[in-house]
Structures are given as C-alpha cells and as structure tokens.
Write a protein that binds this ligand. Structure first.
Ligand code: SF4
Length: 236
C-alpha cells in the first residue's frame, strides 16, 4: 500500500472516531441537561434584574470578581438612586462609585456602567441590542455578559462560561479539566449542548456548583451526574 493510501485510511478512521466521540459527548450532555432539570426545575438567573435588560447588563458588569448575592444587595441602592439608564448616564460618578464600592474594582465598574447607560440611551434609543457584535461594543461587556443577555432576554442559544460552568463541564469530561479558557469552552459546549437548552443549563450549573459540585469538595457520592462524570471515574 502506498504511503498516501494508508494516510487516507488513517485520517478516515480518525474522522470517524471524532464523530463518534462528539455523539458520545452530545448524549452525555442530554443526560446532564435532563438530570439538572429534575434537580432545579426553575432555571432562574441568580442576578435579580427583574426582567430589565439594562439592569442585567449593569449587574453582569458588577458581578465580575464579586458574588451574585452581593451584587443583588448593592443593586438595590444603585437602582433606587438611578432607576433608568438615562438617570445613570446623567448620574454623579462619585455617587455611583460610593454605591458600587463593595463589589470591588469600583472605580472601573462605576465609570463603565455609567458609560454603558449613556450608550444604551444615546446610541440605541434605550433598546438593548440583540446581537453579540453590538453587545460587545459596550465597555466592560465581554462574551460572558453578552451571552447572559442573549440567552435570558432574547432566548437565543447562549453558553455563559462562568466559573461554575467551566469547572463542572471540565469535570464531566466535555473537555480536559485543565482547560480554563472561557472562549474555547464556549465554542466546545456550543457544539455539544442543544441550542435551546444552553442558557437554562448554564443557570442550573450555577446552582449545582454551589450545592453539589463545589470547587474544593464536590459531593460526588450523592451526585446525580456521577455515572457520566470523568472526574468521578478517575477517583476510582
Ligand atoms: S460526580 Fe463529583 S465531580 Fe462529577 S459532577 Fe458530580 S459532584 Fe461534580
């Protein structure tokens, strides 16, 4: 057999293996999605944005390196003082800084949420855009917040790669556990998880990550996903 022929056969096998592997991962994803639906029937965003897209954008920005619980508390005073995007756009920067200080990185966060509010009001007429491309124009908005908005507000396919999602899906074996790059994780999961399930699945992962698959001591013995989890099978 010529070398070229044998290469074609090998690459054919590799391709077949790749397709099979993808199918296995998709099956595992269906199982994980259904199990978490049973555990957490209502997939509610842990940020209390009360259905307001602008509030979700602001709270998403404040949540970087801060807990959602703290953002919810801080946001009460913030939205009481600045109830609309227009009000925050015209707001006093020092007052915004003082309010958001408990969320950390407060100077940057304050100036970015004020600017986000100005852009939304002046460039988008107060209407939240529904494309990734437009959402990424806002300062402080990365793919994670943009996907949160696309999934929660517009019910579009969107994988929100927060710390829980990255950790748990790595442990399950959708990709190597060592992979922590949110962009790569988003790309992989987008091809494995059913588009219509992605956003809710990510919300449920947050709840599951707090209750069961915790960063330091996952409760594998009582986990509903243990039969498909690579991390668990490595433990023996
Ligand atoms: S078996 Fe353990 S590591 Fe795997 S998903 Fe469940 S809690 Fe997490």
């Amino acid at each position: 057999m010529k070398q070229a022929d044998s290469f074609q056969i090998l690459s054919g096998h590799e391709k077949e293996n790749g397709v099979m592997r993808k199918r296995q991962l998709q099956d595992k994803a269906v199982f994980a999605v259904e199990q978490l639906k049973k555990e957490y029937p209502s997939a509610i965003c842990s940020l209390g944005y009360e259905g307001d897209p602008w509030r979700l954008m602001i709270m998403g920005r404040l949540s970087a390196q801060c807990t959602d619980a703290r953002v919810n508390i801080v946001s009460e005073e913030l939205f009481r003082s600045f109830p609309t995007a227009a009000a925050m756009a015209d707001g006093d920067l020092e007052q915004i800084e003082r309010i958001v200080r408990p969320c950390g990185l407060y100077k940057m966060k304050a100036s970015q949420i004020k600017e986000e509010s100005r852009m939304l009001t002046e460039q988008f007429g107060g209407k939240m855009p529904d494309t990734m491309e437009q959402l990424l124009l806002f300062p402080g908005v990365g793919r994670k917040i943009a996907n949160l908005i696309l999934g929660d507000i517009f019910h579009l396919p969107a994988v929100v790669t927060d710390t829980h999602c990255i950790r748990i899906c790595g442990r399950l074996g959708f990709y190597p556990e060592s992979l922590k790059d949110p962009g790569k994780v988003e790309k992989i999961l987008s091809g494995i998880i059913e588009p219509g399930e992605q956003s809710d699945f990510c919300h449920r992962l947050v709840l599951f990550g707090r209750d069961v698959c915790q960063a330091r001591s996952p409760k594998c013995e009582n986990c509903p996903l243990r039969s498909v989890c690579e991390h668990n099978s490595k433990r023996g």
